[in-house]
Design a binder for this molecule. Structure first.
Ligand SMILES: Nc1ncnc2c1ncn2[C@@H]1O[C@H](COP(=O)(O)OP(=O)(O)OP(=O)(O)O)[C@@H](O)[C@H]1O
Length: 776
């Protein structure tokens, strides 16, 4: 399932009543729920951008409305053993803390207190329904990430060390070492702990928000269900991210600026991770900030809900556009919904029951589906739910003394696990009653790449088939091996550095400290360590870029204009991000992005100039930068583009509308209509891709053509779309025949097209980019 992204537009505050409202919630058709955020183009007010989300909540939405629709349905999943993550994202002052924590009055309570209340209620019911044979324990941990350091909020501030708590990776999860955990018996208990802990959280007054959170706050609610034989554990995480802020608007002093730099950097890394995952990159820069390591977006199993908070007024216009861009990409991230494993308190008993030695007992397993449990949003599932009877709260320990009808079966493998599925066994009566058949996730066609973790989950069968067709050259294999080794070395170096940081007194400052706080002096050992990890990181990045480029070049090898357009769009996106990073004062990040953009636009004089200037500024003049050759050294690039192309666009105005104003590359080599048409098509592709806008109105000629081909349901025409094979085309035609989309069964927009099974990720973009429209 993808990350569920919902937007919430906060109401006007008292002091804002005379302000101009520029953000509106909208719907795709009469009677449809609100799913679109509309905002004018800051450079051309007559034009409006539309961003589609899973759901949109307007100014009148109450705390209860939001909780009931977005969070309450997932409490059940939590008790089924799935982890649930809810995080609030947005610019400072847009209502993240209000959404997550809320006010003291009952009606003003936010997601967190409501979640706890719901958890306690369900736990009580479960214990009652099972006559006490299942017990539920709730435990809390609560911590903040302040200036990229982790501090326990359940401990008094005096106990904090300068280095904060270290992170470790364990079983594919990021853990905070030394974090305290408090058991919590009821809501009162929770409220006492929570209020106390919030007093320890770093907040401060900024010009934009009188009580601005200066840290990311992470509350983890661990639910442990125990029976005589087994223990099942799952965690709900509620994360209130600090808000990004434009320091030109804040009057921030030195301390606030330092905090702000740390907040902006971590949010920038988060947006980079989101971009990398949604592009299907091999390398996701999680490790570049503690927040992204902890959030592990796309790597964690379970259910993830991102709440994008928005302020409706004009003074937030550009910031709002930027967060809309990031979050609209986040909805393409796939998360594996896998229940946590049950821990057995004892080995299954031997066969000695009334059935005799030949009878095998069933092992302990959950009553509900052991493979993925789909728990979509309330609104989306309402119709489905109506057909199903309400199921009672379920326990999960089962040893049956009845003679089973078949030989003992192992625990059903998780849907995404590598174990082959066992042929279906006859269900026991209890199972049959309680578990309604659900479509297997494997059955649902998807073209989305599952985001890579260090050990990627094996792809489903139909994806594996595609993988077999990819040919890997020996140099790629070598590079991949090298990459793996470097990854291991890098994680070891990082783990050691953290261990040192934890034990040292005074603790060694992190690289961020060094950049931000000149009072701290690093030990020689730490400096060497940092140098080594930096070197490993640089090498690793260079290797990964090479592999990325090679695989991209392989895909684009036949000079297809459409793919080329995609690559350029990617380059433009990098330029936009570089510009934003530069504006935030994050020169290091900006340099990296410019360098990556140079690979797309080799030989761009202005771009080379920017890189040189940044290198000089960072004291790295004369360096080649991560082993990459500058385009000048490459002999002025490949000659495909001359000056006045995409790279120059960035000088023309604000990064936010770069693609829109941008001049498009002028081909030097080759003439004729095809090239001209391809350039024009690239312009449209760049425009959409850069702004990340879901053109709900499908206004561009290419969008219209794509929709026309799709709606024709003509297999031959659909097969001709870029990136479509016979199977995918057939799937789409079947899907259109089965589903009623729009009236009568038409796909009205690219956003709708993306919602169709198998059309997520890059599929629509590739088909779109592959189209050439004469005169567009
Ligand atoms: N839905 C809402 N209804 C009423 N008031 C709201 C709502 N959302 C936000 N507010 C008010 O807006 C102001 C800013 O909200 P809040 O502090 O939650 O923003 P934030 O995004 O957490 O900011 P920061 O990132 O700086 O911590 C507060 O006064 C809050 O009470």
């Amino acid at each position: 399932m993808s990350v569920r992204v919902v937007a919430r537009i906060r109401p006007l505050l008292e002091k804002e009543h005379d302000k101009d409202v520029v953000v509106h919630a909208d719907r795709v058709g009469d009677g449809k729920p609100l799913t679109v955020v509309k905002i004018p183009n800051p450079k051309n007010e007559t034009e409006e951008f539309s961003f589609a989300f899973n759901s949109v909540y307007d100014q009148v939405t109450t705390q209860e409305d939001l909780f009931t629709a977005e969070v309450a349905p997932h409490v059940k999943a939590l008790f089924q053993g799935l982890d649930v993550t809810i995080f609030a994202y947005g610019v400072t002052g847009t209502g993240k803390t209000h959404t997550m924590r809320g006010g003291l009055r009952l009606a003003e309570r936010g997601v967190i207190p409501r979640l706890l209340s719901s958890v306690f209620r369900r736990a009580k019911k479960l214990m009652k329904d099972t006559n006490g044979s299942t017990t539920v324990a709730v435990a809390l941990s609560y911590y903040e990430i302040y200036n990229d350091k982790v501090y326990d909020l359940l401990e008094p501030p005096e106990k904090r060390t300068a280095a904060g708590l270290p992170l470790r990776e364990k079983d594919g999860r990021t853990m905070v070492v030394g974090l305290s955990e408090r058991s919590c018996d009821d809501l009162k208990d929770f409220e006492r702990l929570y209020i106390e802990a919030n007093n320890n959280r770093v907040t401060a007054a900024t010009k934009l928000n009188a009580h601005s959170s200066r840290s990311h706050a992470i509350l983890r609610v661990k639910v442990t269900q125990s029976t005589e034989d087994a223990v099942k554990e799952s965690t709900a995480s509620a994360i209130d991210l600090a808000g990004s802020e434009d320091n030109r608007r804040t009057d921030n002093g030195k301390e606030r600026l330092i905090e702000s730099a740390a907040i902006n950097k971590s949010l920038f890394v988060l947006s980079q991770c989101i971009d990398a995952i949604s592009r299907g990159d091999k390398r996701i820069p999680y490790r570049e900030s503690k927040m992204t390591r902890i959030l592990s977006l796309g790597q964690n199993n379970g259910i993830t809900i991102m709440i994008l908070n928005l302020a409706p007024i004009r003074s937030y216009h550009l910031d709002t556009l930027s967060s809309l861009n990031v979050s609209s990409r986040a909805k393409r991230i796939e998360v594996r919904e896998i229940e946590n494993e049950i821990v057995y308190k004892q080995a299954p008993r031997t066969n000695s029951g009334p059935g005799g030695a030949s009878v095998q007992r069933q092992p302990l397993r959950p009553l509900n589906n052991a493979h993925n449990v789909h728990t979509g949003a309330l609104a989306a599932k309402a119709a489905e739910k109506a057909d199903k009877p309400d199921k009672p709260v379920k326990a999960f320990s089962v040893y049956t003394d009845k003679k089973p009808t078949a030989a003992a079966r192992p625990i059903a493998p998780a849907a995404n696990s590598s174990q082959p599925r066992q042929p279906p066994q006859p269900k026991r009566l209890a199972d049959a009653q309680e578990t309604l058949p659900r479509p297997s996730k494997l059955a649902r066609p998807t073209q989305l790449p599952i985001p890579c973790s260090t050990q990627p989950a094996p792809a489903p069968q139909h994806q594996r088939k595609q993988h077999h067709q990819i040919t890997i050259t020996p140099s790629q294999i070598e590079a991949m091996v090298e990459k793996k080794v470097a990854e291991i070395l890098a994680s070891r170096a990082a783990a050691e550095a953290e261990a040192e940081a934890a034990s040292a007194h005074p603790p060694a400052p992190s690289s961020t400290d060094l950049a931000l706080n000149n009072n701290n002096t690093p030990s020689a050992a730490t400096a060497t360590q940092n140098e080594i990890s930096e070197e490993v990181k640089r090498r690793l990045e260079a290797l990964e870029r090479r592999i990325d480029n090679e695989s991209r070049n392989n895909k684009e090898g036949d000079g297809d204009g459409g793919c080329d357009g995609g690559r350029r769009a990617n380059g433009l996106r990098l330029l936009l991000q570089a510009r934003q990073a530069k504006e935030r004062g994050e020169d290091e990040a900006a340099l990296g992005l410019y360098e990556r953009a140079l690979e797309v636009f080799p030989g761009q004089r202005k771009l080379v100039g920017k890189i040189e200037r940044l290198r000089v500024k960072l004291g790295r003049a004369g360096q080649e930068g991560d082993g990459r050759r500058s385009s000048e050294e490459e002999g002025g690039g490949d000659g495909e583009y001359r000056e006045g192309t995409e790279a120059d666009v960035e000088e023309d105005g604000d990064g936010d509308d770069m693609g829109r104003k941008g001049k498009v590359g002028t081909p030097v080599r080759g003439k004729g209509r095809r090239k001209k048409a391809a350039a024009a098509a690239q312009k449209a592709a760049a425009r959409e891709a850069d702004l990340g806008v879901d053109f709900v109105d499908a206004a561009s000629p290419r969008s219209r053509l794509l929709l026309e081909i799709v709606n024709s349901r003509d297999l031959a025409r659909i097969k001709g779309l870029h990136g479509f094979g016979a199977k995918k085309a057939q799937d789409l035609v079947d899907c259109l025949a089965l589903r009623g989309i729009g009236e009568p069964g038409r796909v009205e927009s690219l956003a709708q097209l993306r919602m169709l099974p198998g059309m997520g990720g890059r599929a629509v973009e590739r088909a779109y980019e592959g189209l050439v429209v004469e005169g567009a």
